[in-house]
Design a binder for this molecule. Structure first.
Ligand SMILES: *Cc1c(COP(=O)(O)O)cnc(C)c1O
Length: 410
């Protein structure tokens, strides 16, 4: 639409989409239904013409946010959902059928892992592989393989899959490549640049960024040829095949399943998205400073952060994310420190789940998000009792370091 940069494009997207009453923000449209004065126009919108009918399938406000996400990703179109999990559910459940095979990274968000369990209960075969190595992804290929899934930076282990290698192989094999970009955001890495077919973003995290709205989005990069995909239902095999996949996700995954983003949440997320690049840069530099400080601290056993040269995929991360390394740290405290007493001494960091907030959040993972899994699986995944997940925010760097300093020195 324009040759403006990332932030300029987001900031001026609403104006370029058509100003209402001079407002620089797209207005918040709470209407559930959208009325027409011409019955033929009403029928045309039901039959595929752009427009609004019932808010379960979107409103002008969610549409304005979808336009921003599409521009950020350099994609062709996006559909928004109530949460990131709703976006993932819609993607997997509308594009895969019983008997199909999905190859997924084994380093994924716990709730996504649980969702893949539900998918396999319904007859989709799922193979988990170490996606940091493209050879392992290739080795899992079966005749029924339809889709490959990975996160960009894994939550919480920070492993970086071979995003480009997988993208290239999926294109050669004609497989749908779904990328969960939540931890890197399109500011660090665009799915279209690594060969992804679809990009999922939890907008509850960095894109919204202020811990006050949930949302998710699926973006089609335009790279996949849906005319050769067998699971597209007859009514959606119309017009330009580029739109077929997302049309099916929207019709079956949003209209039928109903995990719809509200206009209210869409508006808050859109305001947050205006400062994504600024917040991400600050959070990434804070994370680098903290990782460096903690990596040298005698009472810290291990720091997992892609920005450290000790990280197994440090060079890959440097190449993919143009010198930024995300804002999520895994920090294992020395065994002689009591993790609960340590956490109780923190004054600036917030003891809370969630990530991608402006505030720095910390969570003892074995005792919280990985508790349900039990000690054996935790041991297999390398999740010790003293492992913390830290989602670094945009506070003043010295305040974060000082908070760790005092809590570690007692
Ligand atoms: C949080 C998260 C999700 C789910 O997003 P919600 O908006 O909380 O449903 C999906 N993937 C990753 C990598 C996440 O961190």
């Amino acid at each position: 639409m324009s040759n403006n940069g990332f932030s300029t494009t987001i900031l001026h997207s609403d104006r370029r989409g058509g100003v209402e009453h001079g407002g620089v923000h797209k207005p918040l449209h709470p209407s559930s239904e959208y009325a027409y004065t011409d019955a033929r126009e009403l029928a045309a919108v039901f039959q595929g013409k752009a427009g609004y009918t019932y808010a379960r399938q979107g409103t002008p406000t969610t549409g304005a946010l979808e336009a921003k996400i599409t521009q950020m990703e350099g994609g062709v179109s996006s559909v928004s959902f109530a949460t990131g999990m709703a976006a993932l559910t819609a993607t997997f459940f509308t594009l895969l059928k019983k008997g199909d095979h999905l190859i997924s990274s084994q380093y994924i968000f716990g709730n996504t892992n649980s969702l893949l369990g539900t998918l396999s209960d319904l007859g989709v075969e799922v193979t988990l592989v170490d996606a940091t190595d493209v050879e392992q992804v290739k080795a899992a290929r079966r005749p029924q393989t339809r889709m490959v899934f990975t996160e960009t930076i894994a939550n919480p282990g920070t492993q970086i899959a071979d995003l480009k290698g997988i993208g290239q192989w999926c294109q050669e094999q004609g497989l749908v490549y779904v990328l969960d970009s939540t931890l890197s955001t399109p500011w660090l890495c665009r799915g279209v640049d690594v060969g992804a077919s679809l990009v999922v973003n939890s907008m509850s995290k960095y894109i919204g960024g202020h811990g006050h709205a949930l949302g998710g989005a699926v973006t089609d990069t335009g790279l996949f040829d849906w005319s050769v995909y067998p699971n597209i239902a007859e009514p959606y095999r119309k017009g330009n095949p580029t739109s077929w996949g997302l049309t099916q996700i929207k019709k079956k995954g949003l209209r039928d399943m109903g995990g719809t983003l509200s206009s209210d949440a869409a508006h808050r997320i859109a305001v947050g998205a205006e400062t994504l690049s600024l917040r991400m840069d600050k959070a990434c530099s804070n994370a680098m400073a903290l990782a460096t400080y903690l990596g040298q601290h005698p009472r810290v056993k291990l720091v997992r952060y892609p920005g450290l040269v000790s990280h197994a995929q440090h060079q890959r991360a440097a190449d993919l994310f143009s010198g930024r390394f995300g804002a999520l740290l895994g920090v294992e405290l020395a065994a002689d420190l009591d993790v609960f007493d340590f956490l109780n001494r923190l004054k600036v960091l917030v003891l809370a789940t969630h990530l991608g907030d402006t505030r720095t959040l910390v969570l003892p993972v074995a005792h919280t998000i990985y508790y349900e899994m039990g000690p054996e699986r935790r041991a297999l995944m390398g999740i010790g009792d003293n492992l913390l997940r830290i989602s670094v925010g945009i506070e003043d760097t010295e305040d974060l370091i000082k908070d760790f300093e005092q809590a570690l020195s007692t």
